[in-house]
Each structure stands twice: as C-alpha cells, then as structure tokens.
Design a protein around this ligand. Structure first.
Ligand SMILES: NC(=O)c1ccc[n+]([C@@H]2O[C@H](COP(=O)([O-])OP(=O)(O)OC[C@H]3O[C@@H](n4cnc5c(N)ncnc54)[C@H](OP(=O)(O)O)[C@@H]3O)[C@@H](O)[C@H]2O)c1
Length: 265
C-alpha cells in the first residue's frame, strides 16, 4: 500500500522521547521529511536525526517548549523556512510522558500540581495546532495525530490532571476534524496502552518498576504477559505504525477518531 508520504513534512513534538523517536524513523522509512522537536534532550533528538540521515532520509532538529507559544511559533517558522511548511503534526510531547508515578487523593491535589500539567498538555497542543493549521490549509492537505493514553478512557483515581488534560486533546482533535473538513485535513487521536520506553519505566508503579528496571524491553514484555495474560504491552513501533497510517494519504476518511494501541488493556 502506498502511504503517499514521500516528501511530506512531519513535525513530531516529543521527538526526543521513547515513542517520538520511533515515530520519526517510521515516517522516514516512508520518505517523509521529519522535524524532531525536543525540550531538554537535544542529544536524543540529534541521535534520531543522525540515524534518519544515515539511512538516506531528511531530518531537522528543533527546540520546542509546550508552555511557550513564541517558541512553538519559532519552531514552526524554522521548519517552514527550511521545507516550506508542515503537512503532518504528530503531537507526542507530554510533561508527564505517562500517568503519574505518585497519584494523590483528589482532595489533596493542589492547583499548583494541576495547573502546570494541564496548561502544558492543553495549551501546548492548542498553540502547536494553531501554528501549523494555516500551512495545511494552504496546501489543501494535512494530518493531525495527538497522543493520548488508553487509560484515560476509564479514568485513573489520583491522576486527574493527566486524564483530564489528555481528554481535552480528544476534544481539540474532534473540533479540528470538523473545522478542517473540506480542506483535506484529518485529525485523530492515538491512545497507547503501556508501551515500554524510558518514560514508561519512570511512571510504572514502584513494585513493577523494581521488577523490570534494567531489563531489556522484550523481557519486560514477557514479565508483563505473565502478570496480565490478557494484555500485551505495545512496542513503540506498533504505536508508530498506527500514527503513520492515520497521518498518511492511505487514510482517506478516518477523522475525529480515537484509536487505541493497547493490546486489549
Ligand atoms: N510510553 C507509554 O507507555 C505511554 C502510554 C500512554 C500514553 N503515552 C503518551 O505518549 C506520548 C509519548 O510518550 P513517551 O513514552 O515518548 O514519553 P517520554 O519518553 O517521556 O517523552 C516525552 C517527550 O515530551 C517532551 N516534553 C516533555 N515536556 C515538554 C515540554 N514542556 N515542552 C516540550 N516538550 C516536552 C520530552 O522532551 P525532552 O526529553 O527533550 O525534554 C520528550 O520528547 C505522551 O503524550 C504520553 O503521554 C505514553
């Protein structure tokens, strides 16, 4: 199947992360040009870009900060100067990377904890989508894919800020799907279940983390399969495959949807 992604310009926020990096590689394998946005980890972003370039692909590395609309505009301007615009936004950046490591009872959740999480997730997604939408409209083609989490569908006590802010992305994506109808632009959410990355290791429950720390990803998946035989932990490439399909020309009419990549969790 031709995914029709050759030369498309893809901005991957959180491109220095455990899922964002593999997403960049899968797009590059389809000959798309990938802009890898990072916050604190330029080395991780550069490593992804170097690998893409070694394989004959085109990659850019751009600094990016969810909480700074000016930095977001600058990142998009840099990509536009280099490559003429943005066709695809994969919004993977998240201040938490995953659900909270230390959930607190709702009554004890302070606004000081709530606010930065919700603002970074929601306002960062809003400002980034707003910065790239004009270039998609101009080209008459575009794709948004926002990263949520499978867990938000059933909620998680003690993790209200993460769940509420990810749910806001569902609303934003749904609204963009409507707003962009008629411009050739589709918008969807991908909601991974637990996916073995460094981020996952950070937020896995303490007892589980102790058991899996230092293990290679395949062994972690085996251990997890023993713990919950009806759920299979995803690999980052499995999450990436769903993202790349939704962002491709092969996706003709899936928009406003939430796709779970969660092995039944
Ligand atoms: N891994 C999982 O099991 C899992 C499960 C469900 C949902 N998800 C979702 O999937 C997405 C990717 O997760 P991941 O596993 O790749 O997480 P990760 O490895 O922790 O990566 C998080 C990424 O977000 C960036 N980031 C964090 N705060 C930022 C900020 N204020 N401004 C700009 N960028 C910021 C980080 O940049 P730097 O490192 O450069 O600072 C990094 O690239 C997230 O939206 C996450 O919620 C992941």
């Amino acid at each position: 199947m031709d995914l029709g992604l050759a030369d498309r310009v893809v901005l991957i926020t959180g491109g220095s992360g455990g899922i964002g990096g593999p997403v960049a590689h899968v797009f590059a394998e389809e000959n798309a040009r990938v802009a890898i946005a990072y916050r604190r980890n330029p080395d991780a972003a550069r490593k992804v870009a170097d690998q893409v370039e070694r394989n004959g692909g085109k990659a850019l590395v751009v600094p990016y900060e969810l909480t700074d609309p000016a930095a977001i505009r600058t990142a998009v301007e840099t990509i536009t100067q280099e490559w003429g615009g943005v066709d695809v936004l994969v919004h993977s950046a998240s201040p938490a990377g995953g659900p909270s490591l230390a959930p607190v009872p709702f009554e004890e959740l302070s606004i000081e904890t709530w606010r930065p999480q919700v603002r970074a997730e929601v306002e960062g997604a809003f400002a980034t989508a707003q910065a790239v939408l004009p270039s998609m409209k101009e080209r008459g083609w575009g794709r948004f894919v926002f990263l949520s989490a499978a867990i938000v569908g059933r909620g998680r006590t003690g993790d209200e800020a993460y769940v509420a802010s990810k749910m806001a992305l569902h609303g934003l994506s749904r609204t963009l799907a409507t707003e962009a109808l008629g411009h050739g632009i589709l918008s969807n959410v991908v909601a991974p279940g637990p996916t073995v990355t460094e981020g996952y290791l950070r937020w896995a429950p303490e007892d589980l983390r102790r058991r899996i720390e230092g293990m290679p990803p395949e062994e972690i998946r085996e251990q997890m399969a023993k713990l919950s035989p009806h759920v299979r932990i995803s690999t980052p490439r499995e999450v990436a495959a769903a993202i790349v399909f939704l962002a491709s020309a092969a996706n003709g009419n899936i928009t406003g949807s939430v796709i779970h990549v969660s092995g039944g969790s």
